[in-house]
Write a protein that binds this ligand. Structure first.
Ligand code: ZN
Length: 136
């Protein structure tokens, strides 16, 4: 389970790069690929409605650096953590509906979504969080 600890540590670190002046909520993510590469992300808010969540930052960063967008087997897990700005207390943070649907297109149903409550790591699958995603 060492990889989960590594993802937790990297996601927490990434959360401190969040740009979230409107919500004050800082999210960090760490996406693990099959070959062991890790891509981090953080939320980037905007005055308008175009805020970007940390999950989508991690995936788009991976794609932009050459990871395949057409191989669901390539993606193993993503750690998602969050805390209020100014606090180091991490509470359970799960992907928003938009991100669940976004990931649905690029991963398998058993893709792991990890989060933490304090130091305790919790584990879900995308199938659990989005049992019937949209597709056509
Ligand atoms: Zn989201």
């Amino acid at each position: 389970m060492l990889y989960k600890e590594k993802l937790l540590s990297m996601a927490k670190e990434a959360s401190y790069n969040a740009y979230s002046p409107y919500s004050g909520f800082c999210v960090g993510t760490a996406l693990l690929t099959k070959n062991g590469k890790i891509y981090t992300g953080c939320n980037v808010e905007n005055h308008g409605i175009q805020s970007i969540c940390g999950e989508r930052v991690a995936f788009t960063k991976a794609f932009s650096e050459g990871e395949p967008s057409d191989n669901r087997d390539n993606y193993v897990a993503i750690m998602v953590v969050g805390h209020n700005r100014g606090s180091d207390k991490f509470g359970r943070t799960l992907p928003c509906g938009y991100c669940r649907q976004f990931m649905f297109e690029f991963v398998n149903p058993d893709f792991k979504i990890l989060t933490c409550e304090g130091d305790e790591i919790q584990e879900y699958t995308l199938q659990q969080l989005l049992p019937l995603g949209f597709e056509f």
